[in-house]
Every structure is written in structure tokens, then in C-alpha cells.
Design a protein around this ligand. Structure first.
Ligand SMILES: Cc1ncc(COP(=O)(O)O)c(C=O)c1O
Ligand SMILES: [Zn+2]
Length: 339
């Protein structure tokens, strides 16, 4: 694997998650051909934590398919990233005598990191915004993690976690989390007779988008697919920094208003540059409104699919996008997580 700084391309020397040369973040890229035994695509993980993960199902509905990526131990796609990051940290932090990990999250990544972190034997602190949904707080607690509630912006929560005693196991900064999401691309490839022409994903911090793109690029470079599907990145009208950057329109923050899509809250994503690059290279970014999201979530429920509002954004976007490309919509979180 190549581990280099996104900005200055300096090689990562250890477990630092900020480049000492320029302050940017690191990225990982496979330098070998795709392997059908998925674990072999992670040579830096020697011992995978197992919480009963399965290949998540693809459901074919009328005119489009859904990748039910919440069929996962903590009921969100985040488990792909946490599994790889925590399995890696388990080996490397124990050698250094570090037993405590800190993570900041608006809910789902917190649950996921708490579950995998605990299974790996770490003491886990999850820093959350004051307004986090009680159902998500309860889930994090159930894994025995310590919750630290921070009042202020999402960025304030991050800064507090960063400064805390222990290893900052940020799912955004540690490249192994994003890298773990490559498995989503591999599964789609292995489950599909013909690859979808369009893939819809909800976007907040950008780890899902970037991990998916990295996996698709790996398949392409390995000669397994001959085209990367068009990627449709979906944001809410209220929290649309990626959309604004791509469209070159100002993003107007409305701190007084929150979207029903409670997981899509990154207003200043650290990974914005590669996110913009990915969207410009492979697709587009769309926004959807709260009424569209609510309708999409309720319609999904009537099809037997109970997803989070944040996840149902992809159906709302699919409905707004013209054309009849073979589409796959990634449903990222189970609806029982939100009221
Ligand atoms: C259910 C759900 N969907 C989508 C996302 C967006 O993922 P990312 O932050 O990697 O862009 C999140 C992130 O919290 C999430 O919890
Ligand atoms: Zn650098």
C-alpha cells in the first residue's frame, strides 16, 4: 500500500494522521491487483476483528437497486471503515502501550468505533455534539464506551477529541477508515452480473464517497471493470458544502435550522478537496429537500426497507435525476436508529 500526504505527497512514516510537513491528511492507495479474498486487499491488517459482518444484500426494485448497507453489526455502513481502522490500530497501538482511543461523531461512526474499539480491548471515548439523538447515544453506550458531550459546533467537538489523552482515532483523518470502505465497491462488483451505471451515495464528511471511489478505481486499474460508474453524491439543501463548492455558489450556513437527515452534518469537511475532485471526475452532486427526504423514507418503508432519513436522501435524488441509467442506491443506516 502507498501511504502519502494528499497535499505534498510525503510518505507517512508511522501512525501520524497529520502530515508533519504541510498539515494535510494522508491517503492510502493499493499498489497491487484486486484480490477476490477481500481481506487480502488490506495487507496492513494482520488480524481482522470479527463482529459477524456479512456481505450486505442488493435488493432489486422497480427500475433501480438498493445496496442495503445497514445489514451490518452496528447497522450502518461505517462498520466497513471501523473494522479496518480498529483492526489495524489493535496491532500498532498495543506495541506502543496505547490503550485509549478517542473519536468524534454525530452518531453512527461513534457506535461503530465503540463496538469495534471495545472488541479490540481499547477504552473508547466518543465525543458527540450536544444535540445528538438519544437513540444514537444509547447505542454508543451499549458498547461500553465513555460519552463526552461537547456543546458547540461540529468542529468544536472534533477539536476537543483531538486534544484528549489517548490516540485520536478519527474516522475522517485516519486513512484506514476510508480505505476500509473500498469493500463496498468490491461487494457491488462481485454481486452484480453487470456493474451499475450510476451509484448514489449520501455525503457528509466524504469518507463513503472517497472510499467507494478508491475501490472502484482499484477494480478499474486491476482490469476487473472497464468503466467507473457515474457517482451521484447527495447532500441536503441545508448542509451542502460539497454541492456549493462544485457549483461555485456560496454555502450559506443556517445554524438555526437542522435537516431531518441528522447524519449529514459536516459543514466544513476536511476532505473537501478530494471530494470535489472525485465528483468532478466521476459524476455530480445533488441536493434534496426535507419534504423529499421524508417522502423517500416513507416510500422505502412501504417497500419493506426501513432506512435512516440520511440514507433515504439517495432515493429522493434518484427521483430528481432524469435519464434511465441502471442505478444502485446505497442505503447507509437502519431506520430504527432515528425516531
Ligand atoms: C447513515 C449515514 N449515511 C451517510 C453518511 C455520510 O457519510 P460520510 O460522512 O462518510 O460522507 C453518514 C455519516 O455520518 C451516515 O451516518
Ligand atoms: Zn504534506
Amino acid at each position: 500500500m502507498k501511504a502519502i500526504c494528499y497535499n505534498c505527497e510525503r510518505s507517512r512514516s508511522g501512525i501520524e494522521n497529520i502530515c508533519p510537513n504541510c498539515g494535510s491528511f494522508f491517503t492510502l492507495k493499493p499498489d497491487f491487483k484486486f484480490r477476490t479474498n477481500l481481506k487480502e486487499n488490506y495487507p496492513y491488517v494482520s488480524d481482522f476483528i470479527y463482529l459477524g459482518e456479512v456481505e450486505t444484500p442488493i435488493l432489486n426494485l422497480d427500475g433501480f437497486s438498493l445496496k442495503l448497507d445497514y445489514f451490518s453489526p452496528t447497522f450502518s455502513y461505517k462498520d466497513r471503515g471501523s473494522r479496518v481502522l480498529v483492526s489495524y490500530l489493535k496491532g500498532i497501538l498495543s506495541e506502543r502501550g496505547i490503550t485509549k482511543i478517542n473519536e468524534d461523531s454525530s452518531g453512527n461512526a461513534g457506535s461503530s468505533m465503540a463496538a469495534y474499539g471495545r472488541k479490540a480491548g481499547f477504552d473508547v471515548n466518543i465525543f458527540i455534539p450536544g444535540k445528538t439523538m438519544q437513540s444514537k447515544v444509547n447505542q454508543i453506550k451499549s458498547y461500553g464506551a465513555n460519552i463526552v458531550m461537547v456543546n458547540g459546533t461540529r468542529e468544536d467537538v472534533q477539536k476537543t477529541a483531538e486534544k484528549a489523552n489517548g490516540f485520536y482515532a478519527s474516522h475522517v483523518l485516519n486513512p484506514e477508515f476510508r480505505d476500509g470502505i473500498r469493500t463496498l465497491a468490491y461487494e457491488i462488483f462481485m454481486q452484480s452480473e453487470h456493474m451499475p451505471e450510476r451509484i448514489f451515495v449520501p455525503v457528509s464528511a466524504g469518507t463513503l464517497l472517497l472510499g467507494l471511489v478508491s475501490g472502484l478505481e482499484h477494480l478499474m486499474e486491476s482490469g476487473e471493470i472497464n468503466q467507473i460508474p457515474e457517482i451521484v453524491a447527495v447532500q441536503t439543501e441545508l448542509v451542502s458544502p460539497l454541492y456549493s463548492e462544485v457549483q461555485k455558489v456560496p454555502f450559506i450556513d443556517r445554524p438555526d435550522k437542522a435537516s431531518i437527515a441528522d447524519a449529514l452534518v459536516s459543514k466544513r469537511p476536511l476532505l473537501i478537496k478530494p471530494m470535489v475532485e472525485a465528483v468532478k471526475k466521476y459524476g455530480k452532486c445533488l441536493t434534496v429537500s426535507d419534504p423529499e427526504i421524508i417522502k423517500a423514507r416513507n416510500d422505502l418503508a412501504l417497500s419493506g426497507v426501513y432506512a435512516e432519513y440520511s440514507s433515504a436522501t439517495v432515493l429522493a435524488a434518484y427521483r430528481n435525476l432524469k435519464g434511465n441509467k441502471k442505478s444502485l442506491l446505497v442505503l447507509t443506516g437502519n431506520g430504527l436508529k432515528t425516531p
